[in-house]
Design a protein around this ligand. Structure first.
Ligand SMILES: [Zn+2]
Length: 437
């Protein structure tokens, strides 16, 4: 080969590569973005359903159960947590642990410690104002293999994490496994506290799976969804996905009691005003908290379907813009003491009870709404259920200046232009002896 010939060949190669790299992005851009998005989400959902199968789920479930009863504080529980961490790492998620120490509930009045495992799939939209959490608890009670409670939820989180991590989504998804659930939602409380302290600019929607793998002969088509009122629109979307992709459950949708002492980790989100949907099997499992909570006593095809529905719902919400209002009381901060309008210090409560907020003298209430401002009609401020002020311009605020000697409930309601609403609330001990200007 002559030098000249080699030169010509090399030039042609370089020109060829350059033109490919120019043409290729042009072609990608020429696809109408609207059509591409729906198509690809539909395609993703179909692929997710294909990839989530019984074998994948049972693999995770048998590994978890093999550690023995996973009571918080035991070696088995620690091993299970380490196993989940390794799995998240193998799915290339941003993986971390959150160590917590907390005093148990009245049935377990002593100190416990453990760690939560968090695997994050970062969203690709840098302007996103929404983050999703999918959680389950990996601890069990003392005698129980905890296959359904809550091996089923953890297996679903792992299956969803392994499959969804193969795709890209707009919003960030956190896959989170808690311990300490059985002693009073201890792990999730620590996570909820941390989220409330650190998250300032995102709407949070949590999916909670606790016991999603058991059915009796009559409930193979029943699945329960308990969600906060603000995400009832999302429960309707989940119903549609359930029909559209032939998962075919009969869904029993209920509104979560806003402050009811929650039976599962969703409560640690709801107590701070974050939204949550809790998923439960159609019939309560009679083997729960006993040595018979085994894989043999579960309905594995049922668990596969419940995992599929939760996973595609997560994919759907993670790839759609937040078109419903999501309001959040930014200030005052729950758990703080205020004097003359200024934040002084945290209120010590020495237990895991609800955070107390104490306010002396008048104060400004600030609300943040996560949605395009043009889609917000107004924000209303209520005290003890009575409307005090309507604000139509951001930043939304209200000067709380009533005479007060005791506990008050402050509620903020945001209205979207299509009439959708979102509410946040807080209870305050409010002492204000005279009105100020
Ligand atoms: Zn449980």
């Amino acid at each position: 080969m002559t030098k000249q010939f080699r030169y010509i060949i090399t030039s042609m190669l370089v020109i060829g590569l350059l033109s490919l790299s120019i043409i290729y992005p042009l072609q990608a851009n020429s696809i109408p973005s609207e059509g591409k998005k729906t198509d690809s989400l539909d395609l993703k959902i179909n692929q997710i359903i294909d990839r989530i199968d019984q074998e994948l789920i049972v693999g995770f479930l048998s590994d978890l159960v093999s550690f023995g009863p996973r009571m918080t504080g035991t070696y088995a529980c620690q091993k299970a947590g380490e196993y989940i961490k390794q799995k998240f790492e193998s799915f290339n998620l941003l993986t971390s642990t959150q160590i917590w120490t907390s005093f148990g509930n009245r049935y377990n009045p002593r100190w416990f410690s453990g760690f939560n495992v968090i695997g994050t799939l970062p969203g690709k939209n840098p302007d996103s104002t929404l983050e999703l959490v999918f959680n389950a608890h990996y601890d069990s009670v003392k005698v129980s293999p905890g296959a359904d409670d809550d091996g089923s939820g953890v297996a679903a989180v792992l299956a969803a994490a392994s499959v969804l991590s193969e795709f890209e989504f707009s919003h960030t998804i956190h896959f989170v496994c808690f311990s300490g659930e059985e002693q009073g939602l201890l792990g999730s409380k620590a996570y909820g506290d941390w989220l409330y302290e650190t998250n300032k600019d995102k709407a949070i929607i949590d999916f909670n799976a606790d016991g999603i793998g058991y059915s009796n002969s009559e409930t193979t088509n029943n699945f329960r969804l308990w969600g906060t009122e603000d995400v009832s629109w999302l429960m309707d979307e989940i119903s549609q996905l359930n029909d559209e992709y032939n998962i075919d459950f009969e869904l029993d949708k209920r509104t979560l009691p806003e402050e009811g002492r929650g039976g599962s980790d969703y409560h640690s989100f709801v107590r701070y005003g974050f939204d949550s949907i809790a998923f439960f099997e159609g019939a309560w499992n009679p083997h729960w908290h006993s040595k018979d909570d085994t894989i043999e006593n579960m309905d594995l095809p049922y668990l596969t379907r419940t995992t599929e529905l939760i996973s595609i719902s997560l994919a759907w919400i993670s790839d759609n813009p937040l078109s419903y209002p999501y309001v959040y009381i930014e200030s005052p901060h729950k758990g703080m003491f205020y004097f003359e309008g200024r934040e002084q210090k945290p209120v010590k409560d020495g237990s895991n009870q609800e955070k107390r907020t104490i306010i002396f003298d008048d104060i400004w209430i600030w609300a943040q709404v996560f949605i395009d401002e043009s889609l917000i009609e107004k924000v209303e401020f209520y005290v003890r259920g009575k409307l005090q002020e309507t604000d139509t311009e951001p930043p939304y605020n209200y000067h709380l200046n009533k005479i007060s000697f005791f506990k008050q409930r402050v509620e903020v309601v945001a209205y979207g232009v299509d009439g959708q609403t979102s509410m946040d609330w807080m209870d305050i001990f409010f002492l204000n002896l005279r009105r100020r200007d």
